[in-house]
Design a protein around this ligand. Structure first.
Ligand code: ADP
Length: 484
């Protein structure tokens, strides 16, 4: 199959969260299965400053943004042997961040991603690459299926192309005022309830869900959850309408990239059968972060976007208690102003137990995964969660709230499973979170039992080997719909 991935972030070029990991690793897994995969993304400032080889091309395009034709250019790099097309428009993408600052989103995001999506549709005809599948992700690329199915519905070029749309996080829908239609190259005829209109505004994710040939999200539990009133974020009706074409496919991670046996960024490489290297990572991290170097003190890691979704209010309630315990807590995160402030205020108090690192730092993240005994994810909701999968791989035992993809991957002894691999709690309360943490701390003291759990996580397989095949099957289903 010829497959085009359109994504607003792709690891290693640009990343704010799990979408980048998926858009950087699933294409590789599909390439390995023999497909012709290509990627298209915006050319952000960070892609240029990080020193990737970027080829120029003569291809350009012009699309209407707010009634004015705006020019863009196409450039290219590679991810292994996968071509990566980069859409260049300096005034939109040459910025320090991808979507906004801690104070909020960039005010022209409808123009920025309206430009990107219109550009992708326009460029496809000039690329000499007619995809069988265009695979779009989240609100930033939802306009692509929408444009192709409405504005290009009689265009023979797209007649045999199937559109697949993946929801990585239903909470971010791309909601704008009606006037943003002009930034998307659309007129007011699209402002109806069966198209983009949504409670007096426009909603791009709704457009993607309604028009794609197949829609999926990133775990089976989240797929069920988003069809309910409690967790549907206002789109449950639209999702129920597409229930026959809606699937849940668990994310994988790139087992070559995330590999403690070869990871060049960590202090010492190690495997499940030689865990002493993990102890060396703990010692070095304790030293680097000025924590006491003690091998028996449990080290709890938390690496996260600082947003309400991630259970930071639960963490906030427990910080004073955690500080009293014999443990080390290492937090790495960046995001909303509110939580940045909460953590930086806490950081001002001297602490020998808690290390707070307010940054986006991929090297430090790897060192924390490698050093941690436990990994905390008290999420309010979690579409899939990659943190716990990376934690398994690096031998850190997850302590998580049982929701979405966390419920599909972390199994607690209290559930009667044969091989427990973590600790879970149900109620979104500090008390339940604390109860799970204390059970983990107690189990940590039983060395044999603990090491068995560590190995169980390390030996499990959450690579793309399995889920890559599920995406192939999803693509086949989508193709059947356009090639009847
Ligand atoms: P989400 O996509 O909702 O942010 P996931 O668990 O799916 O959450 O994926 C998060 C990814 O981003 C993981 O690869 C995690 O290691 C990484 N990450 C999150 N915050 C940071 C940070 N501050 N520094 C480095 N990596 C981070």
């Amino acid at each position: 199959m010829k497959i085009l991935f359109a994504s607003s972030e792709v690891s290693p070029f640009a990343k704010t969260g799990g979408l980048a990991d998926v858009a950087g690793s699933l294409p590789k897994a599909l390439r390995k299965k023999g497909h012709d995969v290509r990627i298209i993304m915006p050319l952000y400032q960070c892609v240029e400053t990080d020193g990737y080889t970027i080829k120029k091309s003569r291809k350009g395009f012009e699309v209407p943004i707010d009634g004015v034709m705006q020019k863009g250019l196409l450039r290219q790099t590679t991810l292994g042997d996968i071509p990566v097309y980069l859409v260049e428009k300096k005034e939109y993408f040459q910025r320090p961040n991808l979507y906004g600052t801690p104070a909020g989103d960039y005010p022209d995001n409808s123009q920025r991603f309206g430009f990107f999506c219109q550009g992708v549709v326009d460029l496809l005809k000039r690329l000499d690459f007619r995809p069988d599948i265009i695979h779009c992700h989240d609100w930033q690329t939802a306009l692509i299926p929408y444009l192709i199915k409405h504005e290009h519905k009689d265009d023979p070029f797209f007649a045999k192309t199937a559109l697949v749309y993946t929801i990585h996080n239903l909470a971010y829908q791309g909601i704008f005022e009606q006037k943003a239609l002009a930034a998307l190259g659309l007129d007011n005829s699209h402002f109806t309830v069966d198209r983009l209109e949504y409670y007096g505004k426009i909603n791009l994710m709704k457009g993607g869900i309604l028009t794609a040939d197949a829609v999926n999200t990133v775990s089976s539990t989240y797929c069920q959850e988003i069809q309910t009133n409690e967790m549907g974020c206002g789109l449950e009706g639209v999702l129920q309408q597409r229930a026959h074409d809606l699937y849940g496919i668990l994310n994988g991670i790139d087992y070559q990239d995330w590999n403690p046996a070869t990871d060049p960024e960590i202090f010492k490489n190690y495997t499940a059968s030689a865990l002493s290297g993990k102890a060396a990572n703990k010692k070095n991290l304790q030293k680097a972060l000025e924590l006491e170097q003690s091998p028996d003190t449990p080290l709890l890691g938390m690496i996260t976007r600082l947003s309400a979704q991630k259970g930071l209010d639960l963490l906030e309630s427990l910080l004073p208690k955690l500080q009293q315990e014999k443990l080390h807590l290492v937090i790495l995160g960046t995001g909303d102003e509110k939580y940045m402030k909460m953590l930086s205020d806490f950081q001002k108090k001297p602490s020998h137990a808690i290390s707070i690192n307010l940054a986006f730092d991929q090297t430090l993240s790897r060192r924390i995964y490698a050093a941690s005994d436990m990994f905390l994810m008290p999420s309010h909701y979690e579409p899939c969660g990659l943190g716990q999968l990376i934690a398994f791989r690096y031998g850190a035992v997850p302590v998580v709230r049982k929701t979405g993809g966390l419920a599909d991957t972390v199994f607690d002894i209290r559930e009667g499973v044969r091989e427990p691999n973590g600790f879970t709690f149900d109620d979104y309360t500090p008390e339940s979170f604390w109860e799970a943490i204390t059970r983990a701390l107690d189990t940590y003291k039983e060395r044999k039992k603990w090491d068995k759990m560590v190995r169980s996580g390390m030996n499990s397989d959450f690579s793309w080997d399995h889920s890559g095949g599920e995406y192939e099957a999803l693509y086949e289903k989508a193709l059947k719909k356009v090639r009847v």
